[in-house]
Ligand binder design. Structure first.
Ligand SMILES: NC(=O)c1ccc[n+]([C@@H]2O[C@H](COP(=O)([O-])OP(=O)(O)OC[C@H]3O[C@@H](n4cnc5c(N)ncnc54)[C@H](OP(=O)(O)O)[C@@H]3O)[C@@H](O)[C@H]2O)c1
Length: 282
């Protein structure tokens, strides 16, 4: 599991360990990896290998040490992903763009190739790639990151086509999940950001972990080449519904002042873009 000393990757590691797996986790910084190994129950459950996901030597070292330590690699979770710059895509430095492609896309192909060669070609297995909703829909400020994730989703389906029947390859595409990586997208304005989510909250690493664990498991034995969107309903959009009334908006209708007075229906169009959502609970 790449990029798993914190955030979504560590969440997936917790979930897989709880289900009986032994995990190898990677990240660049050793101290956080060591703390994560302790959190996961120590060396009987987890092995840490430090390095950058796009470093060929680190990739080979990780696969070798996993096979030496645990004897098999049934599941590969390509979780590490970077977005070193925010802003309009035309302003993105091309060196940064290349690095995004190297970590978010090319490294995934390298990891799959290695794990396939050393274990899965003969023994089978499952790959889960962590994409993003930004790869499904354009998003301001993170355009090239989203482009890399769109390519990752295509890579996922292409690999699924080529590696079946022994190996399944799927992806998850989360919207905003509360981790350090996404903090600038919601910190200090979480209530406002959350308003657009029909399920009323941002994602947690455990939400992604549950989906990744499913895709990695035998329960998903007939699922390959898919990207599962995990977004609390965000991509449903506002639709044509009128805005949802604010909780305190219950006032008497000027046209109905009797005992059966009800709240007035909000009028669409008053706030520019309709922000109404299908209500999940009131
Ligand atoms: N959070 C969200 O809202 C969200 C939404 C959609 C998709 N995603 C995707 O989810 C994945 C994980 O994101 P996160 O939110 O969990 O981030 P996070 O909390 O910042 O954690 C990132 C993890 O990856 C490691 N890492 C960073 N760069 C790496 C590299 N080059 N090589 C190896 N490991 C590296 C980090 O440790 P070191 O710094 O020590 O390397 C850390 O363990 C990413 O692919 C991201 O694109 C996140």
């Amino acid at each position: 599991m790449t990029g798993a000393s914190r955030g979504i990757g560590l969440g997936v590691a917790h979930r897989l360990v709880a289900e009986g797996a032994k995990v190898t986790i990677t990240a660049r910084k050793r101290p956080a990896l060591e703390a994560a190994v302790e959190e996961l129950g120590g060396p009987d459950h987890a092995l840490a290998v430090d390095g950058s996901a796009d470093d060929a030597g680190h990739q080979l070292d990780t696969v070798r040490r996993t096979l030496e330590t645990f004897g098999r690699v049934d599941v590969l979770v390509n979780n590490s992903g970077i977005n070193p710059a925010y802003g309009p895509m035309l302003d993105l430095d091309s060196g940064a763009a290349r690095k995004i492609l190297e970590v978010n896309l090319l490294a995934v192909l390298d990891w799959v190739r290695l794990v396939h060669r050393h274990w899965m070609a003969e023994n089978g297995g499952a790959v889960v790639n962590v994409a993003s909703l930004a790869g499904v829909r354009p998003a301001r400020g993170i355009g090239f990151y989203g482009s890399s994730k769109a390519a990752l989703m295509h890579l996922t389906s292409q690999l699924a086509l080529e590696l079946g029947p022994k190996v399944r390859v799927n992806a998850v595409a989360p919207a905003v999940v509360r981790t350090r990586f996404a903090a600038m997208l919601y910190e200090g304005r979480e209530a406002a950001v959350t308003e657009d989510y029909p399920l009323g909250r941002l994602g947690e690493p455990a939400d992604v972990a549950a989906a990744a664990a499913f895709l990695a498991s035998a329960d998903a034995a007939w699922v390959t080449g898919q990207t599962l969107i995990l977004d609390g309903g965000l991509s449903l959009g506002a639709g044509v519904l009128p805005p949802r009334p604010a909780p305190q908006a219950a006032v008497r209708s000027p046209r109905c002042r009797g005992r059966n007075a009800v709240s007035p229906r909000p009028r669409p169009g008053l706030q520019g873009r309709a922000r109404g959502r299908p209500s999940a609970g009131g």
